[in-house]
Design a protein around this ligand. Structure first.
Ligand SMILES: NC(=O)c1ccc[n+]([C@@H]2O[C@H](COP(=O)([O-])OP(=O)(O)OC[C@H]3O[C@@H](n4cnc5c(N)ncnc54)[C@H](OP(=O)(O)O)[C@@H]3O)[C@@H](O)[C@H]2O)c1
Length: 398
């Protein structure tokens, strides 16, 4: 039986809700017992209130100050304190707990992930954008505080489980698997008309809107390559990506002696979350199980970098180093949300990222002084302005 005092940042999202669902299953099967310190959400007050009524955290926070009264009304008659705004989320992230799930989407999750990293708690990190923006400093901060960072992304969880942390020199390379997304076989001429509804309908995984778009453009795999480089201290030329449409092998580690270890499982985020929740133990829950005979075969192919240029852009950003991965992240985030808002065509997402990277490189954009989180946030803000002007330029040219 594992016992944890827990905070979930981004509780109302896909990963956050899966975390709470898994905890409920572990409690129901008698394998886990949890106390919840804080839950945070964004616009979805009804869901946050429902979760708070179930888990009775000390604190429930919405990111949106305009929705505080709604949250207070929804939780009246309970002993759950309520708060709103970015500073309140950071305060929630610094409360003493054993385990924090950082699952806010996008660079909006950076400040609270950074705050959580300084507490000495185990940080289950789903918010890949914070690793991409200031990975080395974030990892160092966790270590210095005496905490532990456990990756939640299924690919990094897979590598984490088969990586020889005690002897990294035994590793020849990391192999990240990618589903290929919903447009793996879509001819380029048909990709012009892709709609947000088509892009968020992922064939294997149920995820939030932004990561679904990232998955469809393969920018997600680019972000994950950067994440893997930082988490496992691996140069980009020793990280391969292979498309594996069944999403059963979640990633692999090739050893110097030619042996390759893979981690497998059905495509359900609760499995990597369970791994992070119980690590170094294992927790039983009502996990879907693999039936290899029924699956029959697993297939692999090389990614198509012509139809999915975002992957190569991420590799170039990682090679350039410094602030460039943070530029890649911010440009991609602005472009992905512009696409979701129907202000940008699908194929222009990567075009906006490429143009923004070029402008930022020409402008010599670099991290300024101050702590790594503040420096990354200022690069993020500057890149957003640049990416928005690239999008405006495209709209004017149309
Ligand atoms: N979903 C997956 O399967 C998966 C897999 C691997 C990694 N990840 C990573 O995990 C993170 C979360 O992904 P997701 O798919 O769970 O996203 P999601 O479903 O969109 O949920 C995002 C969460 O962040 C909250 N939020 C949104 N904007 C915010 C802001 N400005 N300030 C504070 N909170 C804010 C949302 O609140 P409201 O919904 O209440 O507005 C929600 O709780 C991302 O970094 C993603 O790349 C996700």
């Amino acid at each position: 039986m594992i016992r944890r005092r827990i905070t979930v940042l981004g509780a109302t999202g896909s990963v956050g809700a899966s975390t709470l669902d898994l905890m409920a299953q572990a409690e129901a099967t008698g394998t886990g017992a949890f106390e919840v310190e804080a839950l945070t959400g964004g616009a979805n007050i009804a869901k946050l209130a429902e979760q708070a009524k179930r888990w009775r955290p000390k604190l429930a926070v919405t990111a949106d100050p305009a929705r505080l009264d709604e949250l207070r009304d929804a939780l009246s008659g309970t002993d759950v304190a309520v708060a709103a705004g970015d500073a309140a989320i950071v305060e929630a992230a610094t409360r003493p707990v054993d385990w924090i799930m950082a699952s806010i989407v996008g660079a909006a999750g950076l400040k609270s992930a950074w705050a959580a990293a300084g507490t000495g708690a185990t940080l289950a990190l789903a918010n890949k954008e914070s690793l991409v923006c200031c990975g080395p400093a974030l990892i160092e901060r966790v270590k210095r505080a005496g905490g532990r960072l456990i990756p939640v992304d299924s690919e990094h969880s897979a590598i984490f489980q088969v990586f020889p942390a005690e002897a990294p020199e035994r590793v020849a390379k990391l192999i990240l698997t990618a589903s290929g997304g919903p447009f793996r076989n879509t001819p380029r001429e048909q990709m012009v008309a892709i709609t947000p509804e088509q892009a968020v309908a992922h064939p294997n995984w149920s995820m939030g809107a932004k990561i679904s778009v990232d998955s469809a453009t393969m920018a997600n795999k680019g972000l994950e390559m950067i994440e893997a480089a930082y988490l496992f201290d691996m140069p980009q030329d020793r990280i391969d990506v292979v498309v594996h449409p069944e999403s059963i092998i979640h990633s692999l580690v090739e050893y110097v002696d030619g042996s390759t270890l893979a981690q497998m499982g059905p495509p359900d985020m609760r499995t990597p979350i369970a791994c992070a929740l119980a690590w170094p133990d294992r927790i039983a829950w009502l996990a879907p199980k693999l039936d290899l005979a029924q699956l029959g075969r697993l297939t692999f192919e090389a990614p198509d970098l012509t139809r999915f240029p975002a992957l190569d852009l991420a590799r170039q950003a990682l090679k350039a180093g410094g602030a460039t991965p943070a530029v890649f992240n911010a440009a991609n985030e602005v472009a992905a949300f512009a696409f979701l808002d129907r202000k940008l065509a699908f194929l222009n997402i990567a075009a906006v990222v490429a143009e923004t990277l070029e402008r930022a490189t020409k402008a010599g954009m670099a991290f300024g002084s101050g702590d790594a989180c503040g420096a990354a946030l200022s690069v993020d803000a500057e890149t957003r302005r640049m990416a928005e002007s690239v999008i405006a330029g495209l709209a004017n040219a149309a």
